[in-house]
Design a protein around this ligand. Structure first.
Ligand SMILES: [Fe+2]
Length: 87
């Protein structure tokens, strides 16, 4: 069995990994919108990697007899347009 504080920390990490995937996906969407498919593809690959990280924590919690709790993913406040203009 997994300790409650460890289970909570691992569940928080799942949320952080999925949030990272969400950020990368928003970047991919931006690059698609400005016709930069290569950049967009690279961001999509990063999205998949973050989701893979989340699933590793998911599996680990289950393997240790814990319970996965999925919480809301906060909205991305990252504005790619602003970052891109700074170059
Ligand atoms: Fe990650």
């Amino acid at each position: 069995m997994i300790k409650e504080n460890i289970e909570k920390a691992l569940n928080n990490q799942i949320n952080a990994e999925i949030y990272s995937a969400y950020l990368y996906l928003s970047m991919a969407a931006y690059f698609h919108s400005v016709n930069l498919p290569g950049f967009a593809n690279w961001m999509r690959v990063q999205t998949q990697e973050e989701l893979m990280h989340a699933m590793k924590f998911y599996d680990h919690i289950n393997e240790r007899g814990g319970r996965v709790y999925l919480s809301a993913i906060r909205r991305s406040s990252y504005r790619m347009e602003v970052a891109f203009r700074s170059f």
